[in-house]
Design a protein around this ligand. Structure first.
Ligand code: GLY
Ligand code: MN
Ligand code: MN
Length: 246
């Protein structure tokens, strides 16, 4: 994260991550690192990581070390200036609220899909509160208008592979009926909002901001354990790390 505050190009941030995990003992990453700044933070599975970083932009890093054949899959988004702008903070806090709502539903007995529904409700209502979507909250949610800015699923199994094998439906081979979570399962929770630079009908102050927050959760008998919770995840803790002296 700190490397991004001095970097000119996205590739330097991807390289800093890869260098760091090698130094800490991992030989591989579990998938190709995604390091996108500014409007590239809105590109899902952005892989070129080769654009210059504009001052004041957000940086989205989706990356995971592989150790002992198991991979992580973690995303953090932060401002390269070291301080979130008002709009960056508003989007960030909304995605964080959606992620927390989904994480609260990671527990035995809950269905895998419930977290998605809870997160989309938070994002949809929040986009209306910010004036990015207009209309009454119920109809905006029902029409799935939020999907223009939040267009991917928010959870997959993880383990030996980043998108690990396993059914998402309760009865293999039969469609419908989301899988019920059990202790010992490992999954990601990764909502995001993406407002690319070319979203010309949206107020310019929001454009070029993409935020995803992704953690790896282990379902435990009582609820869940966030396996990536040592990483800063709030505006305050991210800003603190970015501004730490070497
Ligand atoms: N890194 C790909 C994903 O988050 O699923
Ligand atoms: Mn993922
Ligand atoms: Mn990821």
């Amino acid at each position: 994260m700190k490397a991004s505050t001095k970097a000119n190009n996205e590739g330097e941030v991807a390289a800093a991550f890869q260098g760091t995990v090698r130094r800490l003992g991992a030989r591989f990453t579990g998938y190709d690192t995604i390091a996108g700044a500014g409007t590239n933070s809105c590109v899902l599975h952005y892989l070129t990581n080769d654009h210059d970083i504009e001052k004041g932009s957000v940086m989205l890093l989706d990356a995971g070390a592989e150790v002992g054949y198991y991979t992580a899959d973690v995303t953090r988004t932060w401002p390269v200036s070291g301080k979130f702008s008002k709009e960056q903070k508003a989007i960030y806090d909304l995605v964080l609220k959606a992620q927390n709502a989904a994480i609260d539903l990671v527990k035995p007995g809950r269905k895998h899909h419930e977290g998605y529904d809870a997160a989309m409700r938070v994002l949809s209502d929040g986009l209306v509160d910010l004036g990015i979507l207009t209309g009454d909250k119920e109809s905006v949610y029902k029409s799935a208008a939020y999907s223009r800015f939040s267009m991917h699923g928010i959870s997959h199994w993880i383990g030996l592979d980043v998108h690990d094998t396993g059914n998402y439906q309760q009865e293999p081979g039969k469609r419908g009926g989301s899988r019920v979570l059990e202790a010992g399962m490992a999954l990601t929770v990764e909502p995001g909002i993406y407002i690319p630079k070319d979203a010309r009908d949206i107020d310019a102050k929001w454009r070029g901001i993409g935020v995803r927050i992704e953690d790896v959760l282990l379902v435990t008998p009582d609820g869940n354990r966030n396996l990536s919770d040592k990483l800063p995840r709030t505006v305050e803790s991210l800003e603190a790390v970015l501004n730490q002296r070497d």
